[in-house]
Design a protein around this ligand. Sequence first.
Ligand code: GS8
Length: 220
Amino acid sequence: MSKAEVTLLDCWVSPFCMRVKIALEEKGVAYESQAEDLFGGKSELLLTSNPHGKVPVLLHNEKPVSESAIIVAYIDETWTASSFLPPCAYGRAQARFWADYIDKKVFDAGKGICLGKGEEVEVAKKDFIEVIKTLEKTLGDKDFFGGDTFGFVDIIGIAMTSWFPAYEKYGSFKLEDDCPKFSAWIKRSSERESVAKVIPEAEKVLGFMAMFRKMMGVEE
Ligand code: GS8
């Protein structure tokens, strides 16, 4: 087992892992990334740390924390120089609601676009654009979901956008046409040092998705 104070059981292409890395970067926490081979064979450490057997797992002084949104909240509560969440209970409840909305909606719709067949892709694409329109409405004219500063919902959301180039490619659409304000938020957030450091190049994600589609039998 790694003896670093903070270790992340990681996978470079997982948006859930990216969230955790962005949160750690935002707090200036040094960590060691331990890559997991999700297709070849997971480590014993992953299997014993998370009953779901999924990355990310954060090991803090060897104690595991699982589920990306829970990990981001844990990081926020552990390294407290600044906070990802607003001070009032209502603001925190709202942030948690929208983070949960992103979790329940964005990934599944995106998966339908990349892995669906025929009409399924059109249905998933329509669903995806509706979900993003809903998020755009709650963003409104603010710079970030919580207002002027990059916070909890931004961290949860921006990591998911790392797969958007693949959704646009396989769904044959440009998100900016339907959701200009949300697209501007992606651009604004992507310029942050923490995000720029963590989010992989679009080409690399597209390469992964092409491989994954073959693996899942979507294309030859
Ligand atoms: C999702 C993690 C997840 O799906 C979270 O942490 O927020 N709700 C969880 N991890 C995937 C990689 S990204 O698609 C994973 O570890 N899959 C391996 C498996 O399911 O066996």
